[in-house]
Write a protein that binds this ligand. Structure first.
Ligand SMILES: *Cc1c(COP(=O)(O)O)cnc(C)c1O
Length: 362
């Protein structure tokens, strides 16, 4: 046996590494990034703020100032605190670690409708839990009877609901989410992942006081700060107290802390960018839907999900034209022939539209 076989878990060895391809020189519409930078004068001011950060010191692990501005600007209800993560990916990982009980006869279950964000399943597996995926309906709405039956059968400790969902872009019905929160009750938490909240008309954040088992998770990534890596989540004090115990004390670095504080002081700039993108989303959706043989699904996020014949070929032809999107067709049978494309600046949206038209006509 080799060193690797001796020490690395078989399920980890069997995994393919998370692959992010090279994208130099491409119109990059595959990762739900905000295409806009901060305006020049704010960038210069940010530079001065960062220059004053004491890089020789550890962060202060309470992160009091950063948490306060998040609570204030992001609509966290009175009396509720937030927990911070190195991206919401880390928060998903920490929740998984905290809930992976090993004192039970059977593995703990984690549930989500599928297709959805793949990290829920990955981190559940890493923590030794069993993932149960419940297929969405063909229009990507929740199959509530199937969810409720699966909850009764599997008693999941965690249910993840991406709201809006990735990669489908739609919002699930709020009444269905409430029914799931009630059905799970005291036997589990329901994590409503609002990564795309800046582009969505609705949120479960204000409803935290109604549901002791609700966790609302957000990130600043899709808002325009994907590179700084900061996620946050709110829930009852009792839940956060436990999750905090598995958080590495310095998981958010001082540069991230200062950059996010500064940006949230100027959050109206990011909110205007999000408003531009929401407008572009509607324009782009209408333009794509007018093309023959193209189905555009409703989106409350900063991307569009499309269905087109021979999606794999269209995807490859777009690459030849230096346009990078995501082919999600192999993720799940419900996504057959589906492509996911970011909404971007008017110019990049036009470039995509022109290239896409040419590719489907060839
Ligand atoms: C992008 C995304 C995240 C990850 O956000 P980070 O904070 O960048 O780690 C989480 N959930 C969903 C549904 C996403 O699409």
């Amino acid at each position: 046996m080799s060193l690797i076989e001796n020490i690395i878990r078989p399920d980890v060895r069997a995994l393919a590494a998370y692959h992010v391809g090279a994208s130099e020189g491409f119109v990059k519409l595959d990762a739900m990034e905000n295409p806009y930078l901060l305006p020049e004068e704010l960038r210069l001011e940010l530079g001065r703020r960062l220059a004053d950060v004491a890089l020789n010191r550890y962060p202060i692990p309470s992160y009091a100032g950063l948490k306060e501005i998040i609570r204030d600007k992001m609509g966290v209800p009175a009396g509720f605190d937030v927990m911070l993560g190195n991206g919401s990916d880390e928060l998903i990982s920490l929740i998984s670690v905290a809930c992976a009980r090993r004192d039970l006869a059977a593995p703990v279950k984690v549930m989500a409708p599928v297709p959805t964000f793949v990290m829920y399943q990955m981190f559940a597996q890493f923590a030794g839990m069993e993932f149960v995926g419940v297929p969405l309906q063909a229009d990507f709405s929740l199959d509530l009877p199937a969810m409720l039956a699966a909850i009764a059968q599997h008693q999941p400790a965690i249910v993840y609901l991406a709201y809006p969902n990735n990669p489908t872009g739609n919002l699930f019905a709020a009444d269905d989410i409430v029914a799931i929160l009630r059905a799970v009750g005291e036997s589990g938490i329901v994590v409503v992942d609002e990564a795309y909240q800046p582009f969505s008309p609705t949120s479960f954040m204000p409803r935290l006081p109604e549901f002791p088992n609700l966790v609302v998770m957000r990130t600043v990534s899709k808002l325009g700060l994907a590179g700084v890596r900061l996620g946050y989540m709110s829930a009852s004090a009792a839940l956060l107290e436990q999750f905090e115990k598995v958080r590495p004390p310095y998981n958010v670095n001082v540069l991230t802390e200062a950059a996010v504080e500064f940006t949230l002081e100027n959050v109206s700039v990011l909110n205007s960018q999000a408003a531009l993108l929401r407008g572009e989303r509607e324009r782009q959706a209408a333009a794509l839907a007018a093309l023959p043989g193209v189905e555009v699904f409703p989106s409350s996020a900063n991307f569009l999900l499309l269905r087109v014949a021979n999606a794999q070929r269209v995807f490859e032809k777009l690459i030849e034209r230096k346009v990078l999107i995501r082919n999600v067709g192999k993720m799940h049978p419900l996504l057959t022939d589906c492509l996911r494309v970011n909404v971007s600046t008017p110019e990049e949206n036009r470039q995509f539209l022109d290239a896409f038209k040419a590719c489907i006509a060839e």
